[in-house]
Design a protein around this ligand. Sequence first.
Ligand code: AHG
Ligand code: MN
Ligand code: MN
Ligand code: MN
Length: 331
Amino acid sequence: NKSKLGLPIGTTLDRFIKQKEDEFSSATGELSQLLRDIALAGKIINKEVNKSGLLDITGGFGEKNVQGEDQQKLDVVADIRFTRALKNGGMTCAVVSEEEQEIIHLNPNCRYVVAIDPLDGSSNIDVNVSIGTIFSIYKRISPVGGPVQDEDVLQKGTEQVAAGYILYGSSTMLVYTTGRGVHGFTLEPSLGEFVLSHNKMKSPKDGKIYSINEGNYFAFDEWVRAYVDDCKKKGMTARYIGSLVADFHRNMMKGGIYLYPNTEKAPNGKLRLLYECNALAFIAEQSGGVATNGKERILDIQPTTFHQRSPLYIGSSEMVEYATSFIKADT
Ligand code: AHG
Ligand code: MN
Ligand code: MN
Ligand code: MN
């Protein structure tokens, strides 16, 4: 029951990160601390999520966020918890969050920038269905000590130094990469520790699952409709939770493709490049999968605004390549 690195399944996240630090002597320990800060905030949110039906924190918050979505109370709670953890952790100079229009400035003497979707899958909070948190970590470009600039936040996904997600599901998991494979940890609730349960996660090259909100069928481009029809003719399995993290995680484990296309009304789709697409694209690629907007690799897109959206086709490599081959047939 030992991983390839000699770390036994059951190793705690803290120990695992520490071990990695020793292996890669370039690390200063700051990134490790930052990952631990995120894990801690994740545990706090996990507690709130578990109890949400009992506390008065389900339902709408009564305000809209910058994307015009109705904020749920837990969206707001998670946003506050994560930004506070990042502030107190003392490794982060700035945060861009789904729930805040502008950059949140933290300690200018720090070198890391975090992009975060504090609570993913808002519509599933009140109905006891899996939800998540998504994060990306970058090194700032501007000099440490000075004010954080837009260019520090508007970096391509290829520049991520780490990314991951927390899935509040039937069990709670933290999955992350620093560009050397993908590692998954399951929260042991009685200990309150994330323990290594999935080392060096690999996405199957092919699979049978397709995940798309088919209610938008008639708003999709012709090639998307043709691809969905093809999935049906082949008797593939449709699975769509409506929480990106959960849909992505299942597909990575079992083999599958997730599609969130552009529509006429939403020419760039719905998902946000900086704190949804990039993190999952980094994880996908590190697990052997593929992520594209249909025209280019997600990680190669140069962002121009904090909350910009992108179509997303992500998952098992052969499935994403096959799906996007319909684009050429369409044009
Ligand atoms: P969020 O809850 O962070 O705003 O994200 C919602 C996203 C994502 O989680 C999900 O996959 C997608 O919206 C679902 O959208 P549809 O309801 O349009 O299918
Ligand atoms: Mn939202
Ligand atoms: Mn989201
Ligand atoms: Mn969200």
